[in-house]
Design a protein around this ligand. Structure first.
Ligand code: PXG
Length: 296
């Protein structure tokens, strides 16, 4: 019997209680990681940057030649319907499009229809005090997916390299892993973009070599520019992070989170710096601005 007050999950146009929301073991998303996804947040009845997330989802799908069975407008509606169905105004939304049910071979032609899943739930990915204290990190040995393979630019269901980096961070007792790209430059975290502050200016790695084109990173860069803080997209070495004045991560799940340590090197003063704090307080204003998203 279904448990009452269970979350209702959208699967291919229908809602199922969480305990009954299941996909086939023949789904190629499960068998091969063949699919794409997005993580989105809703704040106080507004889905933050929903259009930007949906656009990125369709770009990822296009790159893997996955036919999304909904138009962007229908996909937007599916997200909003899921939030309404669950009566959620604040949520973490997971949008998944998998290649769908096929046979045990790799060939996607055996999967006649892609599957769309929308989960609206909450997420706990950082300690409540990490915004005040900053988090600890290590450089992982796992490089980001190279551009000439399962490139990091596609937000695919293949997140094993992020998971391996996370396992490493866990094993070393730090909060998060910092990932490098194949030339040894800083790429990003396991699910967040990286920024450093040096002499009052912001620097972040290029998306071409190793960082996902982050929605939150874009928002924070825009805030910085409005505040008159210069933002430069450039290759960053581990040394530049060691010797930065401040550093922080941005991401839908992590929002803005200061970094206080990398491989036991304290960054700056070892607590969130002035530029980071200023950006964080402006970021709070932007996420509660109804013009920055789609009303539920
Ligand atoms: N880099 C990667 C590799 C990501 O997956 C980001 C950066 C940040 O992008 P946005 O657009 O969210 O600012 C992401 C996306 C998690 C989790 O549980 C986070 C993401 C994806 C999957 C899980 O922390 N973030």
């Amino acid at each position: 019997m279904a448990i009452t007050n269970e979350r209702q999950i959208y699967i291919d146009g229908k809602f199922y209680p969480k305990s009954e929301a299941k996909v086939s073991v023949y789904d190629h998303g499960f068998l091969y990681g063949d699919g794409v996804f997005e993580g989105i947040r809703a704040y106080n009845g507004i889905v933050f940057k929903l259009k930007e997330h949906i656009d990125r989802l369709y770009r990822s799908a296009h790159a893997i030649m996955l036919n999304v069975p909904l138009t962007k407008q229908e996909m937007t509606q599916a997200v909003l319907d899921t939030l309404r169905k669950n009566q959620m105004k604040d949520a973490y939304i997971r949008l998944v499009v998998s290649r769908g049910v096929g046979d045990l071979g790799l060939d996607p032609r055996k999967c006649p229809k892609a599957s769309v899943i929308v989960i609206a739930d909450t997420i706990q990915c950082k300690d409540s005090n990490s915004q005040e204290t900053g988090i600890t990190t290590i450089f992982s040995w796992v490089k980001r997916n190279p551009v000439d393979a399962t490139t990091h630019e596609i937000k695919s269901l293949n997140y094993l390299n992020s998971i391996l980096a996370k396992i490493e961070a866990n094993a070393y007792g730090v909060d998060e892993a910092m990932c490098l790209e194949s030339n040894g430059y800083i790429a990003e975290g396991v699910g967040e973009n990286a920024f450093i502050v040096k002499n009052g200016e912001l620097f972040t790695p290029p998306t071409a070599t190793g960082a996902l084109s982050g929605v939150t990173a874009e928002v924070v860069s825009e805030i910085a520019k409005k505040l008159g803080i210069k933002v430069t997209i450039t290759n960053l070495t581990p040394f530049m992070l060691f010797t930065a004045d401040e550093a922080f991560f941005t991401g839908t799940a992590m929002e803005m989170t200061p970094i206080r340590e990398v491989n036991k090197r304290i960054i700056g003063e070892g607590n969130p710096g002035v530029v980071t704090k200023k950006l964080m307080s402006e970021f709070q204003k932007v996420i509660s601005d109804p013009t920055q998203g789609t009303k539920i």
